[in-house]
Design a protein around this ligand. Structure first.
Ligand code: CMX
Length: 436
């Protein structure tokens, strides 16, 4: 049986000629144009990034290596007696585009276990930070602190050939992913569970290991697997993916790049929206004195939020134009495990009323929920009521996608990214030329 690294190298060798041919024979073929609206308006829909790891269709949602969320959940090797696949098998799939066998998956589980030990200095650094530091700041700092471990940085200093960059990048990325669950769980237990740390178990897959270190019983292991897979990748243009790719394009190693990507994830319009959803629901409950809201109550609060100049967190998307299938997947999890749970009922009620109001509001291009509208309910159900931790759970999953991407970036020799600026005066000149 070939190891994941050997299989990846085979794929890289096969792929390199495709990229080289496109650049040699077709580099001047136009695939898109840029308007003034896109230039000022956040580069929406400009096709200028390449990734084969996931693709986001506005109506069908995300496909990982061509597979829908449902197909990923059904086709990849499953942890025995569990509903969701191994995260380790999913990492294999993201990197190679091939569904691994059970044996190939278990080899990755073993590989992650061998790399999982977090250096003590990382925990010492976390302990020097004030306890009210946001957990995303802690996670990002922990990854950055480990930069001294970078094999890529060492190999680069030793003069490794650019054709071999992918290999130390792969090593760094795998080392980081294997350690992230322990770092995230440590931050959680230190901040919110009276500093009672749970040591890692042995020979468990990532979902089971994480649930164990968080101190949360089954089926939280399955919730963790689902969460990590759903949050992993959303093609390359979103902030966390793009930032990681951008920083890595200057040949920064995976530690610098991922820490930057995590910082990008921390905005309330991106990964922090999951904490904002729960904060918003708690505000509603507080204002109603703990009473469960009716649909009429919720409609009034949604309008109040919009009229006070705030967004409805968990709703809208820059690309999607339908309900996010990642939202639906989490809804199915809730229907199976917590159909009568109060918070689930509230989120379902918001889903019934919010899209109609956002359509009436007029300016929102996508009135439907994204994945952040639902994730908090699941975490809360399992006892994680400290909602500022939710983005950390997003981040552990997101690492899988962005690290797979930067491994391929180095394999295919993508250059330093450097878009071009224009001034407002130049845009005005373009506008008057177009009017003539
Ligand atoms: N509530 C209220 N207003 C919203 C809205 C929402 N949920 N979504 C969009 N709008 C507003 C925008 O703020 C914008 O207003 P202005 O014209 O006054 O600036 C207008 O509608 C048009 O925006 P859009 O083109 O529909 O959406 P964008 O591509 O600009 O923004 C997003 C996308 C996700 C930032 C936005 O929908 C939003 O702020 N949603 C709430 C936050 C959220 O859930 N973020 C998580 C997204 C998923 C993720 O990355 O994790």
């Amino acid at each position: 049986m070939k190891s994941l690294k050997e299989k990846l190298f085979e794929k890289i060798q096969a792929h390199r000629s495709r990229t080289a041919k496109l650049l040699k024979d077709h580099k001047d073929v136009v695939i898109d144009q840029v308007t003034i609206g896109q230039c000022i308006g956040g580069v929406r829909n400009v096709k200028c990034l390449v990734t084969d790891i996931s693709y986001l269709d506005p109506y069908d949602g995300i496909r990982f290596r061509g597979k829908t969320v449902t197909e990923v959940f059904s086709d990849l090797p499953h942890v025995p007696n569990c509903q969701y696949p191994y995260v380790e098998g999913f990492w294999y799939f993201l990197l190679t585009g091939e569904v691994p066998t059970m044996m190939e998956t278990l080899a990755v589980v073993e590989d992650f276990s061998a790399r999982a030990l977090v250096p003590q200095y990382v925990f010492d650094i976390l302990r020097t930070m004030p306890r009210d530091t946001h957990p995303m700041t802690m996670l990002s700092a922990a990854v950055l602190a480990m930069q001294r471990e970078s094999i890529f940085a060492k190999k680069y200093a030793q003069g490794v050939s650019k054709y071999d960059y992918w290999e130390p990048m792969y090593e760094d990325c795998t080392n980081i992913i294997a350690k992230l669950p322990a770092i995230a769980a440590y931050i959680y237990r230190m901040k919110y569970k009276s500093d009672v740390i749970i040591q890692p178990g042995k020979y468990m897959d990532m979902g089971a290991e994480f649930a164990h270190m968080m101190g949360i019983p089954r089926p939280y292991d399955d919730a963790a697997r689902m969460t990590f897979i759903l949050h992993s990748d959303h093609e390359s243009g979103n902030i966390s993916s793009h930032t990681t790719h951008l920083v890595a394009s200057g040949l920064a190693d995976a530690y610098y790049s991922l820490s930057s990507g995590f910082n990008g994830l921390s905005g309330p319009l991106h990964g922090l929206a999951n904490q904002e959803v729960l904060r918003w629901i708690q505000d509603v409950l507080h204002k109603l004195g703990g009473k469960i809201p009716t649909e009429e109550d919720l409609k009034a609060f949604i309008w109040e939020t919009l009229n006070s100049g705030h967004v409805i967190p968990g709703y809208g998307h820059a690309i999607l134009r339908r309900t996010d299938p990642r939202f639906t997947a989490q809804m199915e999890f809730c229907q199976r495990h917590m159909p009568d749970y109060e918070l689930f009922r509230i989120v379902s009620m918001i889903y019934r009323v919010a899209p109609g109001i956002l359509m009436e509001y007029g300016k929102v291009k996508n009135p439907w929920p994204n994945l952040d509208a639902h994730s908090g309910v699941i975490h809360w159900y399992f006892g994680i009521t400290d909602y500022d931790f939710y983005t950390v759970l997003f981040a552990v999953g997101r690492a899988l996608g962005v690290l797979a991407n930067i491994t391929w970036d180095r394999a295919l020799g993508y250059p330093i990214e450097r878009p071009k600026s224009v001034s407002t005066g130049m845009l005005e000149e373009f506008a008057s030329q177009a009017a003539r």
